[in-house]
Write a protein that binds this ligand. Sequence first.
Ligand SMILES: Nc1ncnc2c1ncn2[C@@H]1O[C@H](COP(=O)(O)OP(=O)(O)OP(=O)(O)O)[C@@H](O)[C@H]1O
Length: 239
Amino acid sequence: MPGLDIRDLVVGFPGLERPALDIPELVIPSGAHVALTGPSGSGKTTFINIVTGLERAPTGRVAWGGTDIAGLGEGARDRWRAADVGLVMQEFHLFPGLSALENVLLPQRLATFRLPPSLRAEANRLLARVGIGRPGQKVETLSRGQMQRVAVARALVARPGIIVADEPTASLDADAGAAVAELLAALAREVGATLLVATHDDRLIAGMERLLRLESGRLMPVASAAPSMPVPAAADPAA
Ligand SMILES: Nc1ncnc2c1ncn2[C@@H]1O[C@H](COP(=O)(O)OP(=O)(O)OP(=O)(O)O)[C@@H](O)[C@H]1O
């Protein structure tokens, strides 16, 4: 499970006076569970897009376990992400008409010529683990909390070393959100993945080992959720 090492990352957009992201240094150790928070417009989505390779970093280094994705072209970043990253988004992006099991397997079916039988077994195991009792149920008939749990199973089925979730509980009620928050942390721990979650959800933040706070594109030093863990290196906001 790779850790993240960012150096000299500056991301700007046309028309913006200041960079949307300006991170001189950030180190997230392998296997850490990290929450990313900050006010609207502070750069959270930009950060998620850069560290998952959805967008290319225009400057600096964004290295996961020695692979600097800032140096990869779009196709290589797509292949890296498919192999190494499990993504859970606020909207579940499930395909109606397909069952929970078919949804979990769909990305693998599209990516591999022939689906290994072990993946189907892993999909069924994960669906049971996230509390989906009827894997053959069509996803449009599931509750929103169940839909997000299917999306969590889909993100984890290929055993990625990195799990990135963008506001995964934002569209759920408190109970469903709490269930998804607990599952994400527990499953990441089970597979030893590095977990990065952008969220405003206090319960989700409380379950993480570290908290990163963005303000106007810069990382603010904040107290760690677990005092025994060191706060990651972050830019001095006064610099
Ligand atoms: N493609 C773009 N072109 C121009 N400006 C952009 C673009 N994408 C983001 N921005 C700007 O960059 C800044 C950071 O945006 P970003 O979406 O990363 O913030 P956020 O913290 O995710 O906000 P929210 O919590 O509201 O989703 C904002 O000022 C936004 O308007």
